[in-house]
Design a protein around this ligand. Structure first.
Ligand SMILES: NC(=O)c1ccc[n+]([C@@H]2O[C@H](COP(=O)([O-])OP(=O)(O)OC[C@H]3O[C@@H](n4cnc5c(N)ncnc54)[C@H](OP(=O)(O)O)[C@@H]3O)[C@@H](O)[C@H]2O)c1
Length: 266
């Protein structure tokens, strides 16, 4: 019988999609997170906190492959350290990790950059932990998911005037396509750092917000602002994009049409 595949963060946006795809393909799957999924969730769940270590041994019991999707704005390096130590003890033979485009190219050194863009540094830290763990691994860097782009646009639309960093562009991607790729990686031999997965189109941030406002039937004033610091400069130069790897198929407009009623315009 094949061993159980553990999906950390299997209750989150991406992890849910990974877990259901693996289950539908006939694999034994367990998901782990701090909070139990809502009623009706039909995949084995183990409560596990990768900040404290609570539940991690139980989550890894009988597991040979881990798809590590648990993540937060901060501390992903420490989560990875805790996970790989336990995974080594448990005999895991393949660790699949999701990182972000820009983890290696956006410099995060000043106090301001750490506060505003520390996420990229913590993903880089986690990448290094995974690569140095001694466990065979596959790491994929993806661009921002449509869901996060929508969440950000919705939050900004609560403001009467929306500050928009000048020169920022994004290349959002479908989380379902990222999940497909992680499943493919999990079911194959460890491949190390694999080519990025990025959305089909790059958009100035103001266009993403405008298209959301148009779809939601809202009008707001957009105020261009200059973001200081080296991390913002790198983003203006496209360090968060992967234009050569624009292999995602679904577009932001298609996603908006599904998720937000109203007319979509760019
Ligand atoms: N969203 C994006 O645009 C994007 C782009 C590229 C890469 N990624 C990466 O993809 C991964 C998944 O992103 P997502 O958007 O699906 O995130 P999400 O929806 O916020 O889900 C995060 C998951 O991690 C779990 N988690 C958070 N802190 C944890 C902890 N201390 N211990 C155990 N589990 C914990 C959460 O469950 P509990 O809160 O219940 O613990 C949840 O299941 C992250 O690593 C993220 O960095 C995301």
């Amino acid at each position: 019988m094949s061993s159980t595949i553990l999906v950390t963060g299997g209750t989150g946006t991406l992890g849910r999609l990974v877990a259901s795809r693996l289950r539908d393909a006939g694999h034994a799957v367990r998901v782990a997170g701090r909070h139990a999924p809502p009623p009706g969730h039909d995949i084995d769940f183990v409560q596990c906190d990768l900040d404290t270590g609570d539940g991690v041994e139980a989550a890894l019991s009988g597991v040979r492959t881990v798809v590590h999707c648990a993540g937060a704005q901060k501390g992903d390096g420490d989560k990875a350290r805790l996970l790989v130590a336990a995974a080594s003890r448990a005999g895991v033979t393949h660790l699949v990790f999701i990182s972000v485009v820009g983890a290696d190219t956006i410099p995060v050194r000043s106090r301001f950059d750490r506060a505003a863009f520390g996420y990229f540094a913590s993903k880089r830290d986690a990448e290094d932990v995974v690569a140095g763990s001694g466990i065979p691994f596959s790491t994929l860097r993806a661009t921002q998911f449509f869901e996060l782009t929508l969440l950000t646009a919705r939050a900004m639309a609560k403001l009467p005037v929306i500050p928009v960093p000048k020169g920022f562009r994004f290349q959002p991607v479908d989380a379902g396509e990222v999940a497909d790729r992680l499943v493919e990686l999990a079911l194959n031999e460890p491949a190390g750092l694999v080519p990025d997965l990025a959305g089909p189109l790059c958009y100035p941030m103001r266009d993403l917000i405008r298209s959301y406002l148009s779809a939601a039937g809202q009008r707001r004033l957009l105020l261009p602002v200059h973001m200081p610091g080296k991390a913002a400069k790198a983003i203006r130069e496209g360090a968060n994009l992967s234009e050569d790897m624009a292999v995602g198929r679904k577009t932001w407009e298609e996603f908006l049409t599904e998720r937000v009623p109203g007319v979509v315009g760019r």
